[in-house]
Each structure stands twice: as C-alpha cells, then as structure tokens.
Design a protein around this ligand. Sequence first.
Ligand code: ATP
Ligand code: MG
Length: 468
Amino acid sequence: MANKSKFQAIRGTRDLLPTETGLWNHVEEIAHKVFGTFGFGEIRPPIFEPTELFARAVGGETDIVSKEMYTFSNPTGVAAMVRGERLEGTLADMLPEAEMITLRPEATASVCRAYIEHNMQQLPQPVKLYYMGPMFRRERPQKGRYRQFYQIGAEVLEVLRPETPHQFATRHPSQAAPKDAATDAEVIEMVMTFFDCLQLPGIQLNINSIGHNGPDCRRHYIGELHKELIKIKDHLGPDSQRRIGTNPLRVLDSKVESEQSYIDKLPRIADHLCPDCTAHYATLKRQLDLRGVFFKENWRLVRGLDYYMRTTFEITAKGLGSQNAVCGGGRYDGLVELLGGPPTKGIGFAIGEDRLILSLQEAGKGAAPQGRDVYIAWMGERAYATAVRAAKDLRTAGFSVELPPTELKFGKALERADKLGSRFALILGDNEVAEGSWTLKTLADGSQQKLTEPELLEFLRNCKRLSS
Ligand code: ATP
Ligand code: MG
C-alpha cells in the first residue's frame, strides 16, 4: 500500500519503477530490432502540437477530440516579451494571440505533419517510420487504461506521383490494390513478428475492410446501414441512438449486451464493397496466408473517419479483461492531403505498450528481478583502492557491481550482498590484496574459490555465457 504524502502521482498517471522498467526496456529494444529488420527508421516528434492538427487528423466527432484531450494555450505574447518587445496590457489581452496546443493523444497526426514539413515525399518512397513514447487522453482510469500511456507505432507513407499514371489511379480506387495490400500485409506481419519475439500470449488478429469513401462503396453501405438502424432504433441504447445520426458505422462497435442480437443482423460492408476494394481485401487475405499470419475476419471492426479506408485491424491479447486490444491499425490514404500535403497513401498501427506489458506480466514473462553480478566486500585501506579498481574493470567488462562506499565487517557485507540478490561476493581484505589472490564466494551455495584477477574475469565471463 502506498504511503500517503502531500504529493502523489496524478490520477491516471503512474511511476514505472526499476522492478518494471527492465521489461519496458526489453520490449522497446525488441521493437527497435524487429522494426529495423523491416526497414523502418525511428522518428521522435514533440509531445505537444497545435490543437488544430489533432482536431483535423483525429476528427472533431471522435471521443478523443471532443472530450479526452489536454489542451491549453501557449501565449505567443510571452515570446514577444522575452524578445524584449514592449507589450501593453494584461495577459488576457495577449491571449487572442495565443495558439491552442494539445498534449498528443496519438502520434499518427504528428508523423504525417512531419512527413509534410520535412518534404519526405522527395525521399525514396514509401517512407517507413516508427515511434514510441507517451500519449495523453483524459479517460476514466482503470486497468489497462491510463491518462498518460505509452504507444509503439509505425506508419508507411507513400506520395502519389501524378507522372506515374498507374499509381495515380490509386487515388481513386485502383489497379494498384494488390501492391497496397502487400504493404498492408507486411505491416501486419511486422507487428505479429514483434509479438512473437516477445512471446506475447494468446494474441488474436482481427481484420476487416471498410472500403473507401465513395458513392459506389462505403457511402452507399452507410446509407443502407442507416436505413436498417432507424428500424431497430428503439432496441438500442442512448449512445448507439445518438450515433445513428452522427456516425452510424460506430454503432457496430457497441459492446452493449442487449444490442448485440440486433447489430448482428445488420447489413455487412463486405457485401457492399466496390470491385477495387473487394480485390484489395482478397489480396490482403492471400498475402497474410502467404506470410503464415493467422487472422480472423470481423465485419464489425470499423474506424469512424472518412479518410480511413480498406484495411483495418485490431490485435487482442490475454490477461487484460475488457481492455484487451493491444494494437489497432489501418489504411488512411488521404490523411496527409487533409493536413495540407500532397495526395499520399498511408497505413499504420499503434500498440498500447502498457497493455502489452501487463499481458506479459500476467503470463509470468516479467523480466528477472534485477540483482547484482558481484558485490565487493572490502576491509582495509589498501583493499579499498584495489576494490575501486576491480569495480571499474568488472563494470567495463559488462558486469553489474555493487561497491559499498564505507568499510563493512565481512559478515555485514555478505548480508547486504544477499539482500541485493547478488550472485557472487568478491572478498577483498588486506591479506588477499598482498597475496594477489582474491576470494570469490558463490552466494547460492556458499562455496568459495581463490582466484587471481585475470582468472576472476575469465571465470565470470564463462558464467555469463552459460546463463545467457
Ligand atoms: P480502446 O478501444 O481500448 O479505447 P482505442 O480505439 O481508443 O482503444 P487507439 O486509439 O486505436 O485505441 O490506440 C491504439 C492502442 O493504444 C489501443 O489498442 C490500446 O492498446 C492503447 N490505448 C488506447 N488508449 C489507451 C489508454 N487510455 N491507456 C492505455 N492504453 C491505451
Ligand atoms: Mg479509446
């Protein structure tokens, strides 16, 4: 139970302590490695951006933008004051000049902004980027849901070059569907490879196609869906009823028990896709098979924004209760253009790192407790000088070493070594130093051996090799 003090971490935020950060670092290292093998480079966008960026990219109708963002004003007037310009009036007078900024609730918008800002359309296409870091959403905190949480995500962006007519056709439904579907499949394969490397238990990949925002495809489907929703309106709860008017697709997302039997009978988008979107979806499934990626189709998996198109996917894991989605992703051709860039195709995903870690911990795959390789028990002035040098040499060789700053009786020192979970205690008294023969004690069984310094290093290296 936490101690009550005047200050505590704000609700929905938490400290990640050394007992856990080992696992966090491990997860992040694997992400760097796996994403690197797929040719992705890391991007680190800022943690806050103009509010307008998220309002446009995430969408004003979404829960994220309408109620979950941390938004405040960034008074530009203060900058003028710092520059020494004379300003009259109060802070309130300066506010009209202020820009509204928001702690990022997600990072796709930032990555697209950066793609445009740094002219990445001039690089060889597609540009493959990944990121990791904290996101902020004002939600009701619960298991697997925080106000500051962490995501690991990736995006593939590819400008449409008008001079290549074959590709340009993809802006409107296309013959290039197979190529894009291969990209989608590779992105999904990458996430699944990452999860496999981590041995994340019970993962399940759900996929769907939501078509594109055309009159012969999703727009037509939404019309049909709307008609059917009106008929069953009285059987739906207030949230779903409201969504019939604002965003009918989102009704399919409903988890409300009493609505399920009605929603299950609604028309399905797969029966209303245009030929190009149908081809894209068929290719995606073939591509996933080719890569040995298992999936389940889920026609109710949707995204509520116009520029989301075709491939959508979600991955669930075990041990997370109702917050079991560890990854969400999809194709979003059109987002870069919406933010003022050139017509660009995009696909990406975001993994909830907190949930990923929770799932690993629940499965007993937490990192081993952090002990020390060697605790140096020293007594005497001359022994101390040797102990300091030995600590330096052992650390350089990659061992973790605890060197007590003050002299302790050997019994006391060994007790501490034990408490810290040390594997060995190196015993250095003035005698050992004079003889050049050091005593190494294995704490698990109490056995001791005499070693010279080079023998010690050799012995420890062998132990490490055996245990890794
Ligand atoms: P959910 O349905 O769980 O609210 P979401 O649709 O809001 O998820 P996305 O915006 O797609 O989620 O984010 C991708 C992933 O980020 C989610 O699958 C989840 O693992 C994680 N995530 C989202 N919100 C939170 C949060 N508040 N705390 C912890 N993880 C989160
Ligand atoms: Mg959410």
